[in-house]
Design a protein around this ligand. Structure first.
Ligand code: FES
Length: 298
């Protein structure tokens, strides 16, 4: 459709704005990294919460429903007040506005944490998405202050502008997820045979060294740790980089790209930014060969 094409062109224009790169670098370095440095060691559990690593699912899309839903209620109640004189809905509109501001705070923190690991066009689009939503929050905050000082009409005008900014930001948020796959897992269970398939002689696999093998062109990470063999997808669930370049320690492997750490025995996330566990394969040793297969419980 022509309308869809026109909107996509606007999105492409946004992500191609080179000057946004400088702004992105500055926000990443001075705001996100700066905040992490101030937090010191306590940043790690906080980051795990913000990325959703403890949930096995990104936190940001889940909590973003709070401001979107709450501010939509504000807009509906305000419209009913202005158009149909429903003054009894004013308290509800104001309460929803406050709920949106509270929910928007955790949404913003989780969003900026995820955004830090994006690059180039995706990062530029994410920056505009974040700025639109922060702009929306600013208009809603001013709207709340105006409502409290009796200037409800002007306050309603401010929140209407905020609603427009929020919807625009939500569109870009959809683009980031459905077009750029931000917040989605990059690794499905490897498409390897259901029957055990030999991939290497166990004599060729040294302790605590990550190896990359391929079965049917599917990259598999193999590690021998404490004399046990482990096989995971070699595609990191976070942003798809190979795990096999990473470091093995304490029964875990750390992705070389952004530091996500996964347990070798089951792929569970120990430290984000990954939110999704790393898919694992069944392994066994037969006649001196390591064999893998699709997990029986898959
Ligand atoms: S690709 Fe980002 S942590 Fe692995």
């Amino acid at each position: 459709m022509e309308s869809a094409r026109a909107i996509k062109q606007v999105v492409r224009q946004i992500e191609n704005q080179e000057w946004l790169e400088t702004l992105s670098d500055s926000v990443e370095e001075n705001v996100v990294v700066g905040a992490y440095e101030k937090l010191g060691e306590s940043q790690w559990p906080i980051r795990n919460v913000l990325h959703g690593s403890f949930l096995g699912h990104p936190l940001h899309p889940m909590v973003s429903d709070i401001p979107v839903g709450a501010w939509t209620i504000t807009q509906i109640f305000d419209t009913a007040d202005v158009v149909f004189g429903k003054k009894d809905l004013r308290a509800g509109a104001d309460t929803a506005l406050v709920v949106g501001l509270l929910g928007g705070s955790i949404t913003a923190l989780s969003g900026w944490a995820d955004w830090k690991h994006t690059k180039e066009e995706t990062q530029r689009m994410g920056l505009v998405h974040g700025l639109l939503n922060m702009g929306a929050a600013g208009f809603y905050l001013i709207s709340l202050l105006l409502r409290k000082t009796g200037a409800r009409g002007v306050g309603q005008a401010f929140s209407t502008v905020g609603f427009g900014l929020m919807i625009s930001g939500a569109y870009l948020g959809g683009e980031l997820v459905f077009d750029r796959l931000v917040g989605t897992t990059r690794a499905e269970t490897p498409d390897v045979p259901d029957e055990f398939t030999p991939i290497a002689s166990v004599n060729d696999i040294e302790e605590n060294t990550p190896y990359r093998f391929e079965v049917n062109d599917v990259p598999i990470l193999v590690v021998r740790a404490n004399r046990e063999f482990h096989a995971l997808s070699d595609v990191c669930t976070h942003l798809g980089r190979p795990l096999s370049g990473g470091e093995v320690h304490d029964g875990c492997i750390t992705c070389p790209a952004h530091g996500s750490t996964f347990k070798l025995e089951n792929g569970a996330v120990v430290t984000g930014p990954a939110a999704y566990p790393q898919p694992r394969l069944d392994v066994r040793v037969r006649d001196g060969y390591l064999e893998v297969r699709k997990p029986a419980d898959h």
